[in-house]
Design a protein around this ligand. Structure first.
Ligand code: CUA
Length: 141
């Protein structure tokens, strides 16, 4: 009885945080997706708000400093897309109406591709953008 009441309390009171929802038809008007981009939230910590759409991502190219801890917040403006960065653990499904969140620390400078790995239509193969991780200041990148 105790377990049952705890469960129903939790179900009723707390929406699961990993299933944050938005109106998929109003992405461009819904903060923070009305202004996609990189925001610094701490010491080399960033929030990167992105939208996925047929057939690309916004913002289109992102520069971050090496060692940056980046929390991605991504949603789709149309259909289901993928969001994968080869060579990292970043791999999300981007579903209209939901906000997908994941944190990754980019330790090594270089170029990282963001690829769509969910078939989304005729332009699926070219749906990609990149993150450029720059060397620390004073170092050669
Ligand atoms: Cu977007 Cu495949």
């Amino acid at each position: 009885i105790l377990i049952l009441s705890v469960n129903s309390f939790a179900m009723g009171m707390m929406p699961p945080s990993h299933m944050e929802m938005i109106d998929p038809t109003k992405v461009d008007q819904t903060p923070p997706f009305d202004n996609p981009g990189l925001r610094q939230v701490g010491d080399n910590e960033y929030e990167l708000v992105m939208t996925a759409f047929i057939f690309g991502y916004a913002p289109n190219e992102i520069e971050i400093p090496a060692g940056a801890k980046v929390t991605f917040k991504v949603t789709s403006k149309d259909v289901v897309h993928g969001f994968a960065i080869p060579g990292t653990n970043v791999n999300m499904m981007i579903t209209p109406g939901y906000i997908s969140t994941l944190t990754h620390t980019f330790s090594d400078p270089g170029e990282y591709l963001i690829l769509c790995n969910e078939y989304c239509g005729i332009g699926h193969q070219v749906m990609a953008t990149r993150i450029v991780v720059k060397g620390k200041e004073g170092e050669k990148s």
